[in-house]
Write a protein that binds this ligand. Structure first.
Ligand code: TXA
Ligand code: MG
Length: 340
């Protein structure tokens, strides 16, 4: 199949909407990462998402809506907490897990009686959703297990020849996926940390729980093999966590260089000069956590493209977007080095 990479101008968004309505696949930008969209109410179209990504059907999809007013098309009931969060954070990088309407295909939800829903905060995504006038099921537009795409070129790299259209709306702003929140439990539970930090949710609804796998340092690291491997680059990523993570990374860099191997490092600006002096191929993530999140996936892909033997990165803490960044790096890592 010929994939068309098109600038996200109104006539191409209209064409993309027609493609969605006809059962086709369209990759489009959101504020988090690019999504691979299909009509969420058409099981055959949704099946094509799984085929294009080579994604196991046991992994349910997020349904995207143009606004809160569309929620009853896919969700059966909306608890008060969910209503308040939606009013506060939509459009935005928060996904709510709600009880589903019976007509939402089982393939979208992997047979669960819940559906994950969000309203993306991106003009192109919203224009596409309005023009199609359909709920759009969309996972990240990468091959399963690869790093999520934050540019149209990343999507092209992973999916060209497998989907009809890629709408190019430039690089995404948040850079990590949405926060997935289960509001059916008490307290509500973060199933995946993401673009809306836990602190921001707690400011609105009080305490939330965080799933264990996102907190290796605080709760004891299980064998890395037990962690879901995901978001992974080709080169082995070694993730340094704990109070002396920075020093452990520098020591590992020196040992890698001494062994005649090339090390790539994802680094904050403050760390970059020392790392470059140490012989690393450095990808600068910027000076704050927003910038780290925005550039994280592009950095992993870029270092992979440099053909480095190993990729090193230190932890950035658990405050704000730090938790989501730690979650992604932990799952992308071949090895987590926990320092004391
Ligand atoms: O930012 C994002 O969320 C991006 C953009 C495209 O919106 N989408 C995204 O989709 O990251 P995906 O498929 O890569 O991740 C969806 C996550 C998975 O971890 C999945 O397990 C969870 O949402 N999920 C989906 N439906 C669920 C459900 N009914 N119950 C619990 N978790 C669910
Ligand atoms: Mg994904």
């Amino acid at each position: 199949m010929e994939t068309r990479l098109l600038p996200a101008i109104p006539e191409n968004i209209a064409l993309a909407a027609e493609t969605i309505k006809a059962g086709g696949l369209v990759a489009f930008p959101t504020e988090t990462v690019y999504g691979l969209g299909a009509n969420a109410l058409d099981a055959d179209a949704v099946a094509r998402i799984f085929a294009a990504k080579e994604r196991p059907t046991a992994d349910p999809l997020i349904v995207h809506l143009s606004g809160l007013d569309q929620l009853s098309r896919v969700a059966r009931s909306v608890p008060t907490t969910a209503q308040r969060l939606a009013e506060t954070f939509w459009p935005g990088p928060l996904t709510l897990v709600l009880s589903k309407q019976p007509h939402v295909p089982a393939l979208v939800t992997s047979g669960l009686d819940t559906v994950a829903v969000r309203v993306p905060d991106h003009a192109v995504a919203l224009a596409l959703l309005r023009a199609a006038n359909l709920p759009i099921a969309a996972p990240s537009a990468n091959r399963f297990g690869h790093v999520s795409p934050t540019t149209a070129q990343h999507v092209w790299h992973d999916l060209h020849g497998r989907i009809e259209i890629i709408l190019d709306g430039g690089a995404t702003a948040v850079g990590v996926e949405s926060t997935v929140l289960d509001v059916s439990t008490s307290p509500p539970a973060i199933l995946r940390p993401g673009g809306i930090p836990a602190e921001m949710l707690e400011a609105v609804i009080g305490p939330v729980a965080v799933l264990r796998r996102s907190l290796p340092l605080d709760q004891g690291l299980p064998s890395p093999g037990l962690l879901e491997k995901h978001y992974a680059p080709r080169a082995a990523l070694i993730f340094f966590i704990g109070p002396t993570g920075r020093e452990a990374l520098m020591a590992h860099l020196a040992a890698t260089r001494a062994a005649g191997r090339r090390a790539g490092v994802l680094a904050m600006d403050e760390d970059a000069p020392a790392l470059a002096r140490g012989g690393a191929v450095v990808y600068r993530l910027g000076a704050d956590l927003n910038s780290v999140a925005r550039h994280l996936y592009a950095g992993l892909r870029w270092l992979d493209a440099q053909g480095v033997d190993v990729i090193l990165c230190r932890d950035f803490g658990t405050g704000g977007l730090g938790l989501a960044i730690r979650d992604r790096l932990t799952r992308a890592a071949a090895r987590v080095v926990e320092t004391t």
